[in-house]
Write a protein that binds this ligand. Sequence first.
Ligand SMILES: [Zn+2]
Length: 345
Amino acid sequence: MDDVRWAVAGLDIGGTTINATVLDSGGRFLVEEMAESPSFVQEGPDKAIDAMARALDDVLELAGVPRSKIRAVGLDTPGPVSADGVLSSRGSTNFANPAWYGFDVRHALEVRAGLPVVFNNDANAAALYAHYAHFGAAAAGLRSSVSVIVGTGLGGGVVEAGRVVRGAAGMAGELGHIWIPMDGLLGPDQPVPVCNCGLPGDAESVASLTGIEKNLLPHWLAQFPGHELASQPAHVAAKLVRGYGEAGDPMALKIFEQQAIAIGRLLTIAANFTDPDVYLIGGGVVEAAPHFRDWFLDQVRAHTQLRDEQAERESIGLVPDLDMAGARGSAIAARAAIMAVGRPS
Ligand SMILES: [Zn+2]
């Protein structure tokens, strides 16, 4: 591509796959579809850093951009990880190989690729992409958003004036682990849900796949004796609940209603904390059939308490292209870092 002055790449590193993209200096993505390759993360840093370097070469070839035009690489991984890309000293679900404990993945790729590497955790990268996709590149720098992404856990990010709020220790925007009120959310005799992080009654303990498996499904199956899902192992049943919800199954609707209440209460906290221009919701539950997605978003709205001045604005949207959001958000962060160099702050 001769008309590309310069460009950046984005690499989203998952437990099994890397997704990669290229973004030009004008803010245009040069890869339309998914550019996936194996991440080899389970096999430790040596093989995984090799895989990242290879994914970078491959996506540049796919985009037709010579390496000499690349100014930086955006990188994301799942957490827990520090703001500048040092993995947790205690390991994590995806980086369980002990060679990863305390490993500086950002620095390792920087050395290997010979390019500056800009790091974000995967939820923050996805939130940044959602923000730019919602507002467009021209307005993104003037606007704020809070993104909530419901997956295995509850991830997300806070974007203020187009930049991710990282926090002093890199732990801002950990929306899943915000404590939310449980009264009026839980049914009679329903135990207070507990999160993997140890908190009872945080947002993720309800609004996540893990929350369904460990907390919501065991309770609601007991309220609906003879339900078909009772015959499935818990981790299988948890994944099937969404399909039942789409089909109008009363037990599944109870589960998703509780998730929507939890998210609405989380957004209510956000409304009083950063008062963003928009709330963006992503994950399986909003990638479901449109009638079910709309019902779910209506439930979230009904449980989000906004002031009149806030409610006048159309304020809940979707996180689009979630499977590409990490790579694209990482590239956006890298481009922003290059553009900020030399610019008076
Ligand atoms: Zn938690």
